[in-house]
Ligand binder design. Structure first.
Ligand code: DX5
Ligand code: ZN
Length: 232
């Protein structure tokens, strides 16, 4: 299993970049991941079930295949109903960080505990309209909070501008309480808004369309990093 260091060990000035394979060529997935490996920190894998979100993507077999292919940590984003059912299966497949939606969990604390018990980092995600109060009590127990900056389900959507203030508010909430967890953002991030979200408090950026739909994904990733670090 690749290692995801705790947020407290993130070098000052570094921004984690997690390209989302949702916008990659699935018929050539190994090569797509290899291509960005040198410039990426984590690989973001979007799992959708057609129930929690109106789209279906991939599951454990693809995570397992990626685990054999890359040494980079696998950042697995579960957009599925009742994700607690699949925690063990994703641990076995080789996920390093497993993120579940608070909207999909009746017993969120139990799900987070089970993710940790299986040796993975635990993330919780909020849809754009879900208030930060939904994660207030779980904050000390998680490694990462993923703020969705589009409505989950599809790549290539427009960034929802109000999420920048939500990032800042989450950052303040964590500082106030002395909590160190990653703030990750997902949806509509490109060179145009990377600086803004990092300045607001983002540590980890997910980028699908702006990387894999670019003519040169490596150049796109380098440009994204250059833009992101100016916000630190
Ligand atoms: C959307 C997914 C995202 C998606 C982001 O539901 O969770 O990870 O791949 O794609 P872009 O960067 O294209 O908005
Ligand atoms: Zn995602």
């Amino acid at each position: 299993m690749a290692a995801i260091r705790p947020r407290s060990e993130l070098p000052a000035g570094h921004v984690v970049l997690a390209p989302s394979i949702l916008s990659a060529d699935f018929a050539d997935l190994g090569a797509e991941v290899d291509r960005v490996s040198h410039d990426a920190d984590w690989i973001h894998v979007d799992v959708m079930d057609g129930q929690f979100v109106p789209n279906i993507t991939i599951g454990m077999p693809v995570v397992k295949a990626l685990r054999r292919r890359t040494a980079l940590p696998l950042d697995v984003h579960l957009m599925v109903a009742d994700p607690g059912r699949f925690v063990e299966a994703f641990a076995e497949a080789g996920a390093d960080l497993l993120t579940v939606h608070v909207e999909a969990c009746v017993h969120l604390h139990r799900v987070v505990q089970s993710i940790h018990a299986l040796g993975m980092r635990a993330g919780v995600s909020l849809n754009p309209a879900t208030p930060l109060s939904a994660v207030e009590e779980i904050l000390p127990d998680v490694d990462l909070v993923l703020l969705m900056s589009v409505n989950p389900g599809f790549g290539g959507q427009q960034y929802i501008p109000a999420v920048t203030e939500k990032v800042a508010a989450l950052h303040r909430m964590m500082e106030r309480r002395g909590i160190s967890a990653y703030i990750e953002i997902d949806g509509g991030i490109s060179v145009k808004n990377a600086r803004e979200v990092v300045a607001a408090g983002v540590d980890a950026i997910v980028a699908g369309n702006s990387v894999f739909a670019a003519a040169d994904p490596v150049a796109a990733l380098k440009a994204l990093r250059a833009a992101a670090v100016t916000g630190r």
